[in-house]
Each structure stands twice: as structure tokens, then as C-alpha cells.
Design a protein around this ligand. Structure first.
Ligand code: PCA
Length: 199
């Protein structure tokens, strides 16, 4: 059976709960389509998260890599189109503040997602879950890990599905910090459907 590495993130900044943590743990070991899911949780740390992800890719040699992140304030599931070679945004969980530096000095400016992002959006909409393609993953850790994975696979000439999906807050998070939210169950089911689109 093929293996799909699915990562979530720990909580960060003003978000005391990250619904992607629970999704990665819940889906770990589940079979979705042709893949068995390996769920892992990444730190939110510019010096660590990318290395953690590459370490997991080397350890598991997955046939597909999908990373999830919270986009607090977005109201629908948003597969990301592109990752850029840039670190920026607020401080990470280790107190580091990026300043627009490149992720890889010699890397290309950007990579496009290697997930079927149009199909994911259609499949989710058919099932009644609002979704749309996002044209920016920002320049914080979500963009950083998406870039790491795509750059690694590109350098190794491995043609494998890889990309990033941002999700809205869960209700549990929204009660602590007012913003659009979905139930954790709906978020998890939407991710299941999205992963089911990957060949
Ligand atoms: N979202 C952040 C980083 C961790 C997460 O879940 C982001 O969008 O960059």
C-alpha cells in the first residue's frame, strides 16, 4: 500500500488550539483511497519545522506529502497553489522573527503545488464543504514547510504529489478567539475527502 505523510502543526501565536494537530493524529493509520496515512505534528519554528518535515520524508519515504495549517479567519478549506522562497511574518514559537530572507539561498522563487487542487475544491463543494483555491500561503511556517517539501522532491527528481491545505478554525478555537469556524468533525471529514482525490 502507498504511504501518505500528513502533517499538522502545534498551536502558535494567539491561537491556543490548532485544529490541524488533531486531524493529523486522528487520521494517522487510516486508509484513504490508495494510501495509508502517516500523521505527524510539526513545531512552528523557522529553524526546526522544515528540517522536521524533511526528516519525516526521509524516514517514511512517503508516496505523497500533504501538510495542513490553520488559517485563522478564513471561512473555507483552501488548497494552496504556490509556495514562495521567503520567510516573513511574526515571531515563531521560539521567538525568532523572520525578515524576508530566502528559505533556500539557491532555490527557485516559487514552486506550484503538486496536488490536484481543482479536483479537491470540486470534490469538497459537491459534498457541501465550502472550498476555494488560495493563491497565497503567506510567508510564515505554512509556506515554509510547503516550500521545503516541494524543493526536496524537486531536487531528488521525485515526481510525487505534494502540497499544502489551509483550514479554518474549529469551534473549540473560535470560542476562545472569535472567528469563522467549522466543527472539528467537518474539518476532519473535509481533509479525508481532499486526500481521497490524490492518485
Ligand atoms: N498556520 C500557520 C503556521 C502554523 C499553522 O497552522 C501558517 O499559516 O503559516
Amino acid at each position: 500500500m502507498k504511504k501518505l505523510l500528513l502533517t499538522g502543526f502545534e498551536p502558535f501565536l494567539e491561537f491556543p488550539i490548532n485544529p490541524t494537530t488533531d486531524i493529523a493524529i486522528t487520521l494517522n493509520g487510516e486508509v484513504i483511497g490508495k494510501y495509508e496515512v502517516i500523521g505527524e505534528v510539526l513545531s512552528v519554528d523557522f529553524h526546526k519545522s522544515g528540517k522536521q518535515l524533511l526528516g519525516l520524508i526521509e524516514k517514511h519515504d512517503p508516496d505523497a506529502v500533504v501538510s495542513l495549517g490553520l488559517a485563522g479567519g478564513r471561512n473555507c478549506i483552501t488548497p494552496e497553489r504556490v509556495a514562495i522562497n521567503c520567510n516573513d511574518g511574526p515571531v515563531d514559537n521560539n521567538g525568532h522573527k523572520p525578515n524576508g530572507e530566502k528559505i533556500f539561498e539557491d532555490g527557485p522563487d516559487a514552486y506550484f503545488s503538486k496536488l490536484p487542487i481543482y479536483e479537491i475544491v470540486s470534490r469538497l463543494e459537491e459534498a457541501g464543504y465550502p472550498a476555494k483555491i488560495s493563491n497565497t500561503a503567506g510567508a510564515y511556517l505554512c509556506n515554509n514547510v510547503m516550500y521545503h517539501s516541494l524543493h526536496y522532491l524537486n531536487e531528488k527528481e521525485l515526481d510525487r504529489p505534494s502540497g499544502f491545505i489551509h483550514i479554518p478554525a474549529s469551534h473549540a478555537l473560535a470560542v476562545k478567539k472569535n472567528m469563522p469556524s467549522w466543527s472539528q468533525q467537518d474539518l476532519t471529514e473535509a481533509v479525508r475527502l481532499a486526500l481521497g482525490c490524490i492518485e
